[in-house]
Write a protein that binds this ligand. Structure first.
Ligand code: 18C
Length: 256
């Protein structure tokens, strides 16, 4: 524990200065903290239904509609060995890795670099017949937070993605319909202490992941097709993403 705390002390503990000065900052701060709180609420209450299970992975959803569109919230938990929460969040956040794990992606650009921990992305996703192709414009913010619920526990890492607007990229002007999303990935590292003074190896670390997502399809999409896509694509995403993380990290030094 002390060895981990010492290592963690050298990394970012607060958002970077340029992010704080940005016009979007109050929203980024508010939504990120709300999402952290929401992710940490269990799935016992609130009508969550388990719809997919594979090893340590559990996926829950609630059936919800807004203005006749399916917006089912999703909450998933997973436990992954050999990676830290910092590493998993870095891979989810960084544009360089995205095409390696995001199977629904057709194209991605970084529209604005707010700071090293905050980017604005424009993504186009693969089209699903018979609906129109979708795009998404969202800010993405990554940070480390201390665990106020359990001061003895290891720090948490979060990435929060939330739809935004940009004058250069107005919605629904080309072939794509814009989706509106709020997504968060929250990770916590656990160490199985090695004997005596042995150094911590990848086999001693476990990462607990919570992933929450709400996507409004933004325009007409048949409910039955949409729910079938959810059921197929979310488990595929979490399995593919976590094995990508393990593969990326296995021969690299551990980043706490
Ligand atoms: O969180 C994830 N990824 C992040 C980085 O990319 C980010 C992005 C979220 C994208 C949200 C979904 C955008 C629309 C996708 C269209 C579906 C294409 C499927 C193609 C299949 C060949 O936060 C991981 C995201 C994992 C996404 C799983 C699928 C979600 C389905 C949501 C459907 C929304 C509308 C689709 C409209 C058409 C339906 C008939």
């Amino acid at each position: 524990r002390d060895r981990l705390k010492q290592k963690s002390a050298s990394v970012l503990t607060t958002p970077t200065m340029s992010a704080i000065e940005h016009r979007l900052w109050p929203e980024i701060e508010k939504i990120t903290m709300e999402q952290l709180h929401y992710a940490r609420l269990g799935v016992g209450a609130g009508g969550w239904q388990l719809f997919a299970e594979d090893g340590d992975m559990r996926m829950y959803r609630r059936e919800e509609e807004a203005d006749g569109l399916v917006v089912d919230p999703l909450k998933a938990c997973h436990v992954v060995k050999g990676v830290t929460g910092h590493e998993v969040c870095e891979i989810f956040f960084s544009p360089e890795y995205r095409t390696g794990w995001e199977a629904t992606l057709e194209d991605m650009i970084v529209v604005e670099k707010v700071s090293k921990d905050t980017l604005i992305f424009l993504q186009t996703h693969k089209r699903i017949w018979p609906a129109s192709q979708r795009d998404a414009l969202f800010w993405s913010h990554m940070r480390r937070v201390s665990d106020d619920q359990d001061p003895d526990a290891h720090d948490l890492w979060i990435v929060c993605n939330h739809s935004t607007e940009h004058p250069d990229y107005p919605p629904n002007t080309g072939k794509c319909v814009r989706v509106y999303l709020t997504v968060c990935l929250v990770c916590q590292t656990f160490i199985d202490p090695p004997k005596d003074e042995d150094e911590i190896k990848r086999e001693n670390i476990t990462c607990k992941i919570t992933y929450c997502s709400v996507v409004n399809p933004g325009g007409w999409a048949p409910a039955s097709v949409l729910r079938a896509v959810y059921k197929r694509e979310y488990p595929k995403f979490l399995k593919r993403f976590t094995s990508f993380c393990i593969d990326q990290c296995k021969d690299k030094p551990i980043t706490f």
